[in-house]
Design a protein around this ligand. Structure first.
Ligand SMILES: Cc1ncc(COP(=O)(O)O)c(C=O)c1O
Length: 435
């Protein structure tokens, strides 16, 4: 068997020299639709002039200063705006510099919260199976079951995993698993961490807001903190500014919310861990040991704050929300077509995110992350002018909000072409052994 792309991992990267709106350009002037918003960070389009100008202005005023014993207007203003927009009970902001560090801060905050309250026995973490929270050690421990960390498992701390309530397990079974854990061990559990509404990296797995709310309510009743990892799902991705807004409609609330990716509109690496007044108050003390001693060189970088303020301001414009709605409408319009397609299963839409699985039963090949088939899909879309990044056999669109209806429509037409080629490739007969 000769794999099509035996050296797939050694393919030269796409050399991008410019970005404009929903498009990327290589050195030869070829144009690509960034259908995954550059790993989900870009929300208002590449090189957005409003955000670019805000960064330039800030750079001429103050580019950076350490954030220990020092503060500055962009950080203070951004914290104020984030809290204005965030759902209750968010009241305080802790800055860091990427999604993984936002998670580390959240976990450390939860652990130390209980220690500061004299309840240090509460040190276990509960997470949902398949959740992904980043690549630092705490984040890897909480996301261990996503399957990305095999070489590092000996170093990951123990985490209790409960089912998500999707796929093989029902919501009732998932709630029962949490109930049982809380009944026997609540006094040892510090926090439950989860990605509300969408588990991103493990394959765009959708959860109902009502179910997430039930998980939250049970934790609240049992005295367990809830951490929402909204690194992917915040800033309009699921149709509301925070996914927590939709959970709140069913009476569920987080104590801590992690944000990054879209925070700066995709311009600057930056993150924030939001929390409630009650959690914050547990750190107020005359003893330095009660403080959350966590800081990065670039914490609250003023350029990042300026970008985030400009990005947030764009959500005050009705056109941003109109764009979000038109993306969802286009996804919804294509759903029935995808649902009938013989090579597709489980097409689904949540806000601006659309995803489906390629039917693996049609092929002899594994469709795992980094598999030859997955590489083939990525390469074929690229040749047709679209950047995608399948998660195993899950293909998805996560476009920047400025994506025009024509661009998205063309992407769906291209998808149909790719599926035709895929069908020929995996059909029994000569060539089917290529994978
Ligand atoms: C839900 C979620 N949490 C955390 C992270 C980690 O973010 P970062 O890559 O910025 O460290 C990611 C990254 O994809 C993510 O999707």
């Amino acid at each position: 068997m000769a794999p099509v792309y035996a050296n797939a991992n050694r393919r030269p990267p796409l050399a991008v020299v410019r970005g404009d709106g929903e498009f990327l350009f290589d050195a030869h002037g070829n144009k690509y639709f960034d259908a995954v918003s550059s790993w989900w960070v870009n929300i208002h389009g590449h090189s957005n002039p409003t955000i670019a100008q805000a960064i330039a202005n800030q750079a001429l005023e103050l580019e950076h200063v350490m954030f220990a014993g020092v503060t500055h207007p962009p950080a203070a203003l951004l914290a104020e705006k984030l809290i204005q927009h965030a759902p209750a009970p968010m009241a305080k902001v802790f800055y860091s510099d990427n999604g993984s560090t936002a998670i580390e801060v959240a976990l450390k905050m939860a652990f130390q919260y209980w220690q500061n309250k004299g309840m240090g026995a509460k040190k276990r973490v509960v997470a949902l199976e398949g959740g992904y929270h980043g690549d630092t050690f705490g984040a890897m421990a909480a996301g261990r079951s996503s399957g990305f960390y095999d070489p590092f498992t000996p170093w990951l701390f123990q985490v209790d995993f409960i089912p998500t309530g999707i796929c093989a397990c029902t919501e009732e079974e998932a709630l029962a698993a949490l109930d049982q854990l809380l009944a026997t061990s609540a006094e040892e559990i510090a926090a439950l961490i989860l990605e509300p509404l969408i588990q991103g990296a493990s394959g765009m797995r959708f959860m109902r807001a009502a179910h997430v709310a039930e998980l939250c309510k049970r934790c609240e009743a049992a005295g367990v903190l809830v951490i929402f990892d909204e690194v992917f799902t915040a800033f309009g991705r699921t149709g509301t500014l925070f996914s927590a807004d939709q959970v709140a409609q069913f009476g569920g609330h987080a104590d801590i919310i992690c944000i990054s990716k879209g925070l700066t509109g995709g311009f600057m690496p930056m993150a924030a861990t939001l929390t409630s007044q009650a959690v914050y108050d547990a750190f107020l003390s005359d003893q330095v040991g009660h403080a959350l001693l966590h800081g990065h060189s670039y914490t609250a970088n003023p350029l990042g704050c300026a970008a985030a303020l400009a990005s947030l301001a764009l959500f005050n414009e009705e056109s941003t929300w109109a764009n979000i709605r038109h993306i969802e409408a286009t996804h919804q319009r294509w759903l029935p077509t995808l649902a009938c397609h013989p090579l597709i299963e489980n097409p689904r839409v949540c806000g601006t995110v659309a995803a489906f699985e390629l039917k693996s039963s049609h092929s002899q090949c594994g469709l795992g992350y980094g598999s030859n088939a997955s590489q083939w899909i990525r390469q074929t879309f690229l040749e047709l002018g679209i950047v995608v990044r399948p998660l195993g056999n899950t293909v998805y669109w996560v476009p920047p909000y400025c994506t025009t209806p024509e661009t998205l429509e063309n992407a769906y037409q291209t998808l149909i072409q790719v599926l035709q080629r895929w069908g020929t490739l995996i059909a029994p007969g000569p060539g089917s052994e290529l994978f």
